[in-house]
Design a protein around this ligand. Sequence first.
Ligand code: ASP
Length: 322
Amino acid sequence: MKFLLIVLSTCLLCACNPQSNEVDEAGFAIIIHGGAGYITADRIDSTSAQAYRDTLKLAMDTGYEILSRGGSAVDAVEACLNILEDCSMFNAGRGSVYNSKAQQEMDASIMDGHSLNSGAVAGVRRIKNPISAARLVMDSSKHVMLAGAGAEILAQHYGLSMEDSAYFYDPKGYKRIQEQIKRDKHGTVGAVALDRNGHIAAATSTGGMFNKKWNRIGDSPIIGAGTYANDNNVGISCTGTGEYFIRTVAAHSVAAYWTYEGQQLDSAMATVLRDIKNLGGEGGMIGLDKYGNLAWSFNTPGMFRAYRHSVKGENLQLFRME
Ligand code: ASP
Protein backbone atom coordinates (compact mmCIF):
# COMPACT_ATOMS: atom_id res chain seq x y z
CA MET A 1 0.00 0.00 0.00
CA LYS A 2 2.79 2.39 1.00
CA PHE A 3 4.59 1.50 -2.25
CA LEU A 4 1.41 2.18 -4.23
CA LEU A 5 1.06 5.59 -2.63
CA ILE A 6 4.65 6.47 -3.48
CA VAL A 7 4.15 5.39 -7.10
CA LEU A 8 0.88 7.32 -7.29
CA SER A 9 2.33 10.52 -5.89
CA THR A 10 5.33 10.23 -8.26
CA CYS A 11 2.94 9.92 -11.20
CA LEU A 12 0.99 12.95 -10.05
CA LEU A 13 4.21 14.95 -9.82
CA CYS A 14 5.13 13.91 -13.37
CA ALA A 15 1.75 15.08 -14.64
CA CYS A 16 2.65 18.59 -13.51
CA ASN A 17 5.64 20.26 -15.07
CA PRO A 18 8.71 18.93 -13.32
CA GLN A 19 10.62 22.21 -13.32
CA SER A 20 11.30 23.31 -9.80
CA ASN A 21 11.45 27.06 -10.41
CA GLU A 22 9.20 29.16 -8.25
CA VAL A 23 6.97 31.71 -9.94
CA ASP A 24 8.58 34.58 -8.04
CA GLU A 25 11.96 33.60 -9.49
CA ALA A 26 10.58 33.92 -12.99
CA GLY A 27 11.50 37.57 -13.40
CA PHE A 28 10.24 39.28 -16.52
CA ALA A 29 11.36 38.70 -20.07
CA ILE A 30 10.82 39.16 -23.78
CA ILE A 31 11.83 36.79 -26.55
CA ILE A 32 11.48 37.61 -30.24
CA HIS A 33 12.02 36.16 -33.71
CA GLY A 34 12.39 37.65 -37.16
CA GLY A 35 11.72 34.51 -39.19
CA ALA A 36 13.41 31.19 -39.83
CA GLY A 37 14.96 30.04 -43.08
CA TYR A 38 18.18 29.62 -45.04
CA ILE A 39 19.85 32.24 -42.91
CA THR A 40 23.57 31.51 -43.12
CA ALA A 41 26.58 33.77 -42.73
CA ASP A 42 27.57 33.37 -46.40
CA ARG A 43 24.15 34.53 -47.65
CA ILE A 44 23.88 37.74 -45.62
CA ASP A 45 26.53 40.43 -46.03
CA SER A 46 27.95 41.96 -42.89
CA THR A 47 26.16 45.32 -43.35
CA SER A 48 22.78 43.61 -43.63
CA ALA A 49 23.58 41.31 -40.73
CA GLN A 50 24.39 44.35 -38.60
CA ALA A 51 21.15 46.05 -39.68
CA TYR A 52 19.18 42.95 -38.68
CA ARG A 53 20.95 42.83 -35.32
CA ASP A 54 20.33 46.54 -34.66
CA THR A 55 16.63 46.35 -35.50
CA LEU A 56 16.05 43.16 -33.51
CA LYS A 57 17.82 44.73 -30.54
CA LEU A 58 15.80 47.93 -30.80
CA ALA A 59 12.56 45.93 -30.91
CA MET A 60 13.60 43.70 -28.02
CA ASP A 61 14.78 46.61 -25.86
CA THR A 62 11.57 48.53 -26.54
CA GLY A 63 9.50 45.61 -25.27
CA TYR A 64 11.85 45.07 -22.35
CA GLU A 65 11.65 48.72 -21.23
CA ILE A 66 7.85 48.48 -21.12
CA LEU A 67 8.12 45.38 -18.92
CA SER A 68 10.73 46.92 -16.65
CA ARG A 69 8.47 49.93 -16.02
CA GLY A 70 5.73 47.52 -14.92
CA GLY A 71 3.89 47.55 -18.26
CA SER A 72 1.90 44.60 -19.51
CA ALA A 73 3.15 41.70 -21.61
CA VAL A 74 0.49 42.58 -24.20
CA ASP A 75 1.82 46.15 -24.54
CA ALA A 76 5.37 44.85 -24.76
CA VAL A 77 4.78 42.37 -27.60
CA GLU A 78 2.70 44.87 -29.58
CA ALA A 79 5.30 47.65 -29.29
CA CYS A 80 8.06 45.24 -30.20
CA LEU A 81 6.30 44.01 -33.34
CA ASN A 82 5.38 47.56 -34.41
CA ILE A 83 9.11 48.24 -34.79
CA LEU A 84 9.69 45.11 -36.86
CA GLU A 85 6.60 45.80 -38.99
CA ASP A 86 7.89 49.30 -39.75
CA CYS A 87 11.21 47.94 -40.97
CA SER A 88 11.23 46.75 -44.57
CA MET A 89 13.86 44.08 -43.86
CA PHE A 90 11.27 41.79 -42.34
CA ASN A 91 8.36 39.99 -43.95
CA ALA A 92 5.68 41.80 -41.97
CA GLY A 93 4.02 45.21 -42.34
CA ARG A 94 6.19 47.34 -44.61
CA GLY A 95 8.42 44.56 -45.97
CA SER A 96 5.68 42.03 -46.60
CA VAL A 97 6.18 39.64 -49.50
CA TYR A 98 4.02 39.65 -52.59
CA ASN A 99 1.42 37.03 -53.40
CA SER A 100 0.80 35.47 -56.82
CA LYS A 101 -1.16 38.57 -57.85
CA ALA A 102 1.73 40.86 -56.84
CA GLN A 103 -0.22 42.14 -53.83
CA GLN A 104 0.73 42.25 -50.17
CA GLU A 105 -1.74 40.56 -47.84
CA MET A 106 -0.80 40.60 -44.18
CA ASP A 107 -1.84 38.41 -41.25
CA ALA A 108 -1.29 38.96 -37.53
CA SER A 109 -2.49 37.72 -34.15
CA ILE A 110 -2.05 38.50 -30.47
CA MET A 111 -3.06 36.59 -27.37
CA ASP A 112 -3.31 37.65 -23.73
CA GLY A 113 -2.43 34.64 -21.58
CA HIS A 114 -4.15 36.13 -18.53
CA SER A 115 -7.67 36.36 -19.98
CA LEU A 116 -7.13 34.05 -22.97
CA ASN A 117 -8.58 36.90 -24.98
CA SER A 118 -7.19 37.00 -28.51
CA GLY A 119 -7.35 39.03 -31.69
CA ALA A 120 -6.31 38.43 -35.27
CA VAL A 121 -6.49 39.99 -38.71
CA ALA A 122 -6.03 38.16 -41.99
CA GLY A 123 -5.47 39.28 -45.57
CA VAL A 124 -5.26 42.99 -44.76
CA ARG A 125 -3.60 45.26 -47.30
CA ARG A 126 -3.70 48.83 -46.02
CA ILE A 127 -3.10 48.69 -42.28
CA LYS A 128 0.37 50.01 -41.41
CA ASN A 129 0.65 47.87 -38.30
CA PRO A 130 -1.42 44.69 -38.57
CA ILE A 131 -0.48 43.61 -35.03
CA SER A 132 -2.17 46.75 -33.65
CA ALA A 133 -5.26 45.89 -35.66
CA ALA A 134 -5.19 42.41 -34.13
CA ARG A 135 -4.98 44.07 -30.71
CA LEU A 136 -8.03 46.17 -31.59
CA VAL A 137 -9.98 43.07 -32.57
CA MET A 138 -9.02 41.60 -29.19
CA ASP A 139 -9.78 44.68 -27.09
CA SER A 140 -12.55 46.44 -28.98
CA SER A 141 -14.65 43.78 -30.68
CA LYS A 142 -16.40 40.64 -29.55
CA HIS A 143 -14.64 38.65 -32.26
CA VAL A 144 -11.31 36.88 -32.44
CA MET A 145 -10.52 37.19 -36.15
CA LEU A 146 -11.49 39.69 -38.82
CA ALA A 147 -10.40 39.38 -42.43
CA GLY A 148 -9.87 41.82 -45.30
CA ALA A 149 -12.03 44.92 -45.64
CA GLY A 150 -13.89 44.34 -42.36
CA ALA A 151 -10.64 44.39 -40.44
CA GLU A 152 -9.48 47.50 -42.28
CA ILE A 153 -12.71 49.34 -41.51
CA LEU A 154 -12.37 48.52 -37.80
CA ALA A 155 -8.73 49.67 -37.80
CA GLN A 156 -9.63 52.90 -39.57
CA HIS A 157 -12.56 53.51 -37.24
CA TYR A 158 -10.22 53.35 -34.24
CA GLY A 159 -7.68 55.65 -35.85
CA LEU A 160 -4.92 53.25 -36.86
CA SER A 161 -2.68 54.50 -39.65
CA MET A 162 -3.65 53.30 -43.10
CA GLU A 163 -1.19 53.29 -45.98
CA ASP A 164 -1.43 52.78 -49.71
CA SER A 165 0.63 50.24 -51.58
CA ALA A 166 3.44 52.77 -52.19
CA TYR A 167 4.23 52.81 -48.45
CA PHE A 168 4.65 49.06 -48.33
CA TYR A 169 6.86 49.18 -51.41
CA ASP A 170 10.40 50.15 -50.46
CA PRO A 171 12.48 49.32 -53.58
CA LYS A 172 15.69 48.52 -51.68
CA GLY A 173 13.98 46.50 -49.00
CA TYR A 174 11.72 44.93 -51.60
CA LYS A 175 14.63 43.69 -53.70
CA ARG A 176 16.44 42.32 -50.67
CA ILE A 177 13.51 40.56 -49.14
CA GLN A 178 12.21 39.15 -52.41
CA GLU A 179 15.64 37.73 -53.22
CA GLN A 180 16.00 36.34 -49.74
CA ILE A 181 12.48 35.03 -49.53
CA LYS A 182 12.57 33.37 -52.94
CA ARG A 183 15.21 31.15 -51.40
CA ASP A 184 14.06 31.17 -47.82
CA LYS A 185 10.30 31.70 -47.95
CA HIS A 186 10.36 33.04 -44.37
CA GLY A 187 10.73 36.32 -42.48
CA THR A 188 7.75 36.59 -40.18
CA VAL A 189 8.14 38.43 -36.86
CA GLY A 190 6.97 37.34 -33.42
CA ALA A 191 7.34 38.15 -29.74
CA VAL A 192 6.44 36.55 -26.42
CA ALA A 193 6.66 38.34 -23.09
CA LEU A 194 6.28 37.59 -19.39
CA ASP A 195 5.54 40.67 -17.29
CA ARG A 196 6.14 41.49 -13.63
CA ASN A 197 2.63 40.27 -12.76
CA GLY A 198 3.30 36.83 -14.20
CA HIS A 199 1.16 37.46 -17.28
CA ILE A 200 2.22 36.03 -20.62
CA ALA A 201 1.39 37.42 -24.08
CA ALA A 202 2.35 36.28 -27.56
CA ALA A 203 2.09 37.99 -30.95
CA THR A 204 2.97 37.15 -34.55
CA SER A 205 2.82 39.26 -37.73
CA THR A 206 3.59 38.29 -41.32
CA GLY A 207 3.24 38.94 -45.01
CA GLY A 208 2.88 35.17 -45.37
CA MET A 209 4.64 32.91 -47.84
CA PHE A 210 6.27 34.30 -50.98
CA ASN A 211 4.08 33.87 -54.07
CA LYS A 212 1.21 32.48 -52.02
CA LYS A 213 -2.15 32.18 -53.70
CA TRP A 214 -4.21 35.32 -53.19
CA ASN A 215 -6.44 35.18 -50.10
CA ARG A 216 -4.35 32.34 -48.70
CA ILE A 217 -4.15 32.54 -44.92
CA GLY A 218 -1.32 30.93 -42.98
CA ASP A 219 -0.77 29.94 -39.37
CA SER A 220 0.30 33.34 -38.05
CA PRO A 221 -3.20 34.74 -37.44
CA ILE A 222 -4.55 31.44 -36.15
CA ILE A 223 -4.64 31.19 -32.38
CA GLY A 224 -3.19 27.84 -31.35
CA ALA A 225 -1.29 27.37 -34.62
CA GLY A 226 1.06 30.35 -35.02
CA THR A 227 0.43 32.06 -31.70
CA TYR A 228 -0.58 30.92 -28.23
CA ALA A 229 -0.33 32.29 -24.68
CA ASN A 230 -1.64 31.02 -21.38
CA ASP A 231 -0.50 32.23 -17.96
CA ASN A 232 -0.88 28.66 -16.68
CA ASN A 233 1.75 27.28 -19.01
CA VAL A 234 3.54 28.93 -21.94
CA GLY A 235 3.58 31.58 -24.66
CA ILE A 236 4.66 30.66 -28.19
CA SER A 237 5.15 32.41 -31.56
CA CYS A 238 5.93 30.37 -34.68
CA THR A 239 7.41 30.96 -38.10
CA GLY A 240 7.68 28.64 -41.08
CA THR A 241 5.57 26.89 -43.69
CA GLY A 242 2.24 27.81 -42.17
CA GLU A 243 0.16 24.97 -43.54
CA TYR A 244 2.15 22.48 -41.44
CA PHE A 245 1.92 24.64 -38.33
CA ILE A 246 -1.86 24.71 -38.78
CA ARG A 247 -2.06 20.96 -39.30
CA THR A 248 -0.06 20.26 -36.14
CA VAL A 249 -1.76 23.09 -34.17
CA ALA A 250 1.85 23.88 -33.41
CA ALA A 251 1.81 26.60 -30.74
CA HIS A 252 -0.87 24.94 -28.66
CA SER A 253 0.74 21.52 -29.09
CA VAL A 254 3.85 22.87 -27.35
CA ALA A 255 1.62 24.01 -24.47
CA ALA A 256 0.02 20.55 -24.38
CA TYR A 257 3.34 18.66 -24.29
CA TRP A 258 4.54 21.03 -21.56
CA THR A 259 1.37 20.72 -19.51
CA TYR A 260 0.32 17.10 -19.89
CA GLU A 261 3.61 15.34 -20.53
CA GLY A 262 5.76 17.51 -18.31
CA GLN A 263 8.20 18.19 -21.13
CA GLN A 264 10.60 21.09 -20.75
CA LEU A 265 9.82 23.92 -23.15
CA ASP A 266 12.72 23.21 -25.49
CA SER A 267 11.90 19.51 -25.83
CA ALA A 268 8.19 20.25 -26.30
CA MET A 269 9.19 22.56 -29.17
CA ALA A 270 11.52 19.94 -30.63
CA THR A 271 8.72 17.35 -30.51
CA VAL A 272 6.36 19.58 -32.47
CA LEU A 273 9.02 20.64 -34.98
CA ARG A 274 9.91 16.99 -35.54
CA ASP A 275 6.25 16.28 -36.37
CA ILE A 276 6.24 19.28 -38.73
CA LYS A 277 9.42 18.06 -40.42
CA ASN A 278 8.00 14.56 -40.82
CA LEU A 279 5.02 16.06 -42.64
CA GLY A 280 7.36 18.04 -44.93
CA GLY A 281 7.29 21.44 -43.21
CA GLU A 282 10.05 23.61 -41.82
CA GLY A 283 10.47 26.59 -39.57
CA GLY A 284 10.94 27.47 -35.96
CA MET A 285 9.43 28.93 -32.83
CA ILE A 286 10.25 30.96 -29.75
CA GLY A 287 8.62 30.96 -26.34
CA LEU A 288 8.77 31.09 -22.60
CA ASP A 289 7.01 29.34 -19.76
CA LYS A 290 5.39 30.75 -16.65
CA TYR A 291 8.60 30.12 -14.69
CA GLY A 292 10.56 32.40 -16.99
CA ASN A 293 12.34 29.59 -18.84
CA LEU A 294 13.10 30.73 -22.39
CA ALA A 295 13.50 28.55 -25.46
CA TRP A 296 13.80 28.64 -29.22
CA SER A 297 13.98 25.82 -31.70
CA PHE A 298 14.13 25.58 -35.51
CA ASN A 299 14.71 22.98 -38.18
CA THR A 300 16.08 25.44 -40.77
CA PRO A 301 19.71 26.59 -41.11
CA GLY A 302 19.00 29.77 -39.17
CA MET A 303 16.44 31.91 -37.39
CA PHE A 304 16.66 35.57 -36.34
CA ARG A 305 16.09 35.44 -32.59
CA ALA A 306 16.80 37.28 -29.37
CA TYR A 307 15.79 37.43 -25.74
CA ARG A 308 16.26 39.67 -22.76
CA HIS A 309 15.48 38.41 -19.26
CA SER A 310 15.62 40.43 -16.03
CA VAL A 311 17.85 37.81 -14.38
CA LYS A 312 19.30 35.71 -17.19
CA GLY A 313 20.54 38.61 -19.33
CA GLU A 314 20.29 38.83 -23.09
CA ASN A 315 21.21 36.92 -26.21
CA LEU A 316 20.79 37.73 -29.92
CA GLN A 317 21.56 35.33 -32.77
CA LEU A 318 20.98 35.25 -36.52
CA PHE A 319 22.60 32.02 -37.64
CA ARG A 320 22.55 28.47 -36.32
CA MET A 321 25.91 28.52 -34.57
CA GLU A 322 27.12 31.72 -32.93
N1 ASP B 1 4.19 31.16 -41.13
C1 ASP B 1 4.03 32.18 -42.13
C2 ASP B 1 2.91 31.77 -43.07
O1 ASP B 1 2.83 30.61 -43.39
C3 ASP B 1 5.26 32.42 -42.94
C4 ASP B 1 6.54 32.52 -42.16
O2 ASP B 1 6.56 32.37 -40.97
O3 ASP B 1 7.56 32.77 -42.79
O4 ASP B 1 2.19 32.61 -43.50
